[in-house]
Design a protein. Structure first.
Length: 256
């Protein structure tokens, strides 16, 4: 069983191994590499991500799970960390230091936006400031003040939602708020997943779904959705409901 830990709780060895895996992934130019995985969420077309519907949580769970597997092909045993943006540290510092360190060997600070020149031009015209200048742009961030991040009390209220649909809708709204809070590349769907912090943000969302599942063991995804395919992944909704069956767990399940 692999254990996903909070970003700021990673040991130096865990962080080094994770960075090593991401660096290796970024060096692969085919469908196994970082850019290919990031592009599944947005550009290049087709945009496959699910938002604003009941597949939002299952689709992103499958996405993170398979991306994590691709990283484990590079460095055995690494897991995606999650960023607890409700924590006191986040409300003081904002984006975790491991993602803002500007040293040359830190792949978590930014990533190349590997999309076509025409798409780059269109995005720069429509959404100024979402990537760096030049022919080979990289992701950028423009975060709001740390104290504007979601509060634990807000999340705890959402975790009391009695139905999957209510929970998913409310959590997705908070998810959207964090994307906008980070700003820059994270603020628009076409290139959001190229920013390395995307994965830590979505691991937090996945963790919160897991916490909700633990609090409401007798409530689940509506039965008509269980056999829904999570394209382009070879998984259905029913296959991603139990993270223990996927082989991972979260180091801290409760909201503290």
């Amino acid at each position: 069983m692999q254990v996903r830990v909070e970003v700021r709780s990673m040991t130096s060895d865990q962080l080094a191994s994770f960075r090593q895996a991401v660096t290796a992934s970024m060096g692969i130019s085919d469908d196994r590499g970082y850019s290919a995985w990031a592009g599944i969420h947005g550009l290049p077309l087709p945009i496959s991500c699910q938002h604003g519907n009941p597949l939002f949580l299952p689709w992103h769970r499958a996405y993170l799970y398979l991306f994590e597997k691709s990283l484990q092909d590079q460095v055995a045993g690494v897991t995606l960390p999650w960023w607890d943006w409700t924590s006191t540290a986040s409300h003081t510092q904002g984006v975790p230091d491991s993602y803002t360190d500007t040293s040359a060997d830190n792949p978590l600070q930014s990533a190349t936006v590997a999309i076509s020149a025409s798409d780059i031009e269109q995005l720069r015209t429509s959404f100024p400031g979402v990537m760096s200048d030049g022919d080979n742009p990289v992701t950028v961030r423009d975060p709001d003040v740390p104290d504007a991040l979601p509060r634990a009390a807000t999340i705890d209220s959402i975790l009391d939602a009695p139905t999957f649909e209510d929970f998913s809708n409310r959590l997705e709204n908070v998810h959207n708020d964090v994307h906008v809070w980070v700003g820059g590349s994270m603020s628009i769907i076409p290139i959001a997943a190229f920013d390395p912090v995307f994965w830590a943000h979505h691991a937090m969302i996945d963790r919160l779904w897991y916490v909700w599942q633990m609090r409401h063991p007798n409530v689940s995804v509506p039965a008509p959705l269980l056999n829904s395919a999570l394209d382009p992944f070879p998984l259905t909704v029913s296959q991603v409901l139990d993270i223990s069956q996927l082989g991972y767990e979260y180091a801290v399940a409760a909201i503290t």
